[in-house]
Write a protein that binds this ligand. Structure first.
Ligand SMILES: Nc1ncnc2c1ncn2[C@@H]1O[C@H](COP(=O)(O)OP(=O)(O)OP(=O)(O)O)[C@@H](O)[C@H]1O
Length: 253
């Protein structure tokens, strides 16, 4: 019987940029409605792995994947086309990157691409998505204003709303708070915790406190290998690998 709590199942994953192997034999199970944090020193492969999950690396020439990634039991490199996959697995980037258009058009962009034209339905999606991303109150009277005129923290929440507008199942977040001040960071962390009810969330972070605060599971990567993967509590209180302990206590990285 298939395991319904399992969202992603990654088996024997290797990843190459030309001759350079950036990921080595990764095995990982990512559970539905959990927050999984990827930690590890710069260049260890966290972003590469994140981008492998929705095939964003396909856009980089000379890359190659070996092994399997299953989403709800389906092989993402064989059984799901990249466009469908990316609508099921949304992404939020490190730097807020709203399109240079109104808040409304940013959020309606994906739904319109999916063929939704009716104004009343688009209005509903825009409001629901901005509410879910906890930025509705700040935007509701300025929906026609250019998204780039908002603060960095607001822009990042607008980008999260844009990702949510197409109702993905999974949200990949690559250091979503690294460009933000502490207050905006806490707002986004609260938001991520709130979104967990409806989404499976995977977040890359350099902020150990952030991983400890919000994630259920933590994966520690080093030089392309998954060194340790466990409950966040275990990783931060009782890691099995000495290198994990050295990293989380700030002895290197
Ligand atoms: N487009 C690319 N072409 C060639 N090599 C790349 C490319 N992107 C990343 N790499 C290499 O792959 C390795 C992993 O990079 P990746 O960006 O996944 O690491 P990371 O852990 O996310 O780092 P950071 O924390 O600094 O963002 C690094 O050695 C990097 O130089």
């Amino acid at each position: 019987m298939s395991d319904h709590t399992l969202k992603f199942d990654i088996k024997d994953l290797d990843f190459f940029y030309e001759d350079f192997q950036a990921l080595k034999n990764i095995q990982m199970e990512i559970k539905t409605n959990e927050i999984t944090a990827f930690i590890g020193p710069s260049g260890c492969g966290k972003s590469t792995f994140l981008r492998a999950l929705n095939r964003m690396n396909d856009l980089i020439e000379g890359t190659r994947v070996e092994g399997k990634i299953y989403l709800d039991g389906e092989d993402v490199y064989d059984k799901i086309d990249a466009i469908t996959l990316r609508s099921r697995v949304g992404m939020v980037f490190q730097k807020p990157n709203p399109f240079p258009m109104s808040v409304y058009d940013n959020i309606a962009y994906g739904p319109r691409l999916n063929g939704i034209k009716k104004k009343s339905i688009l209005n509903e999606i825009v409001e629901r998505s901005l509410r879910q991303a906890a930025v509705w109150d700040e935007c509701k009277d300025k929906l026609k204003q250019n998204a780039l005129s908002f603060s960095g923290g607001q822009q990042q929440r607008i980008c999260i709303a844009r990702a949510l507008a197409v109702e993905p199942e999974v949200l990949l977040m690559d250091e979503p708070t690294s460009a933000l001040d502490p207050i905006s960071t806490l707002k986004i962390e609260d938001l991520i915790t709130e979104l967990k009810k409806d989404y499976t969330i995977i977040i890359v972070t350099h902020n150990m406190q952030q991983a400890a605060r919000i994630s259920d599971k933590t994966a520690f990567f080093l030089l392309g290998e998954l060194l340790e993967f466990d409950t966040t509590e275990t990783i931060f209180s009782n890691p099995k690998n000495k290198k994990t302990e050295d990293y989380i206590t700030g002895r290197f990285g």
